[in-house]
Design a protein around this ligand. Structure first.
Ligand code: OAD
Length: 244
């Protein structure tokens, strides 16, 4: 049996699958990853300027405009065949009384636009801006606007709804992810380098529980050592083949 066939068999028989995704999931939609050489976002931008509370305090307009640009970029692209295959897997599983929980580190909305319900956006969302003072949530479309809008309720500044380095993960997202991992009997890890904690501890937990892990990534990652099956290919090419 090939690795692809073994993976397809595991997926077809799992009762509670967790799908754990990172930036590589959206790469073939045209959204750059963070750490890939030359094309990665952190190759060309300083994360401490653009993705930390200190960077935000130093220049709110710069940071807001960067996320607004990213939100506009995401609106212009489409989910890829990998996102679509995962949505099809969720539908097929639901019909059979099985569960698929998508946990993503991505701040785009491409899983949702492909038709998946996302159980957990661990790192927040480009489309969930909120007031930095009173925390009132604003509409998704507000995230696309420049110059930086102010909170209609308290007049203070809105901020992007993403998690920055040094910030805690949203409590609900972490709880939903932890619950899904505790209950899963299969994990599919797609397109993540596995270097950012605590997100990367989720596959570790599944591994300790004895859960088989399928990794989809053209390159080895920090999580490859945990993988039962490693499918060395891209998300958009590999997922339709194993899920079909
Ligand atoms: P990284 O940029 O660290 O890793 C992307 C991974 O995707 C790498 O392992 C690539 O080999 C893989 N990859 C590239 N193209 C792929 C493709 N077409 N199909 C499948 N895999 C592919 O991105 P993340 O692991 O998501 O945090 O990064 C984790 C977090 O670091 C992000 O959520 C973000 C960032 O700072 C926050 O925004 C808080």
């Amino acid at each position: 049996m090939t690795d692809t066939e073994r993976a397809a068999e595991l997926i077809a028989h799992a009762e509670r699958t967790v799908v754990f995704t990172g930036a590589g999931m959206s790469a073939e939609s045209g959204i750059p990853t963070f750490r890939d050489a030359l094309v990665g976002m952190w190759e060309n931008h300083d994360p401490m300027t653009l993705a930390s509370p200190e960077g935000w305090t130093a220049d709110r307009d710069l940071v807001w405009d960067w996320y607004a640009q990213r939100a506009n970029d995401v609106r212009r692209v489409d989910p890829n065949d990998g996102h679509i295959a995962l949505a099809q897997l969720s539908v097929a599983a639901r019909i059979d009384g099985r569960a698929v929980s998508v946990i993503t580190q991505n701040v785009d909305d491409l899983h949702e636009r492909a038709g998946s319900t996302v159980a957990s956006h661990l790192h927040g969302s480009l489309f969930a801006p909120r007031c930095e003072s009173c925390r009132r949530p604003e509409s998704a479309d507000t995230a696309l606007i420049t110059p930086r809008p102010m909170c209609p309720l308290c007049g203070d500044s809105l901020r992007p709804g993403v998690v920055w380095f040094g910030e805690l993960l949203p409590r609900d997202a972490w709880a939903a992810a932890s619950d899904a991992v505790a209950a899963c009997d299969l994990m599919i890890v797609i397109g993540t380098s596995g270097v950012v904690q605590p997100a990367a501890s989720l596959p570790e937990r599944a591994h300790v529980q004895g859960v088989p892990i399928i990794e989809v990534n053209p390159e080895p990652s920090e999580l490859t050592r945990l993988a039962t099956i490693r499918l060395a290919g891209s998300a958009a090419e590999t997922l339709p083949r194993v899920i079909g």
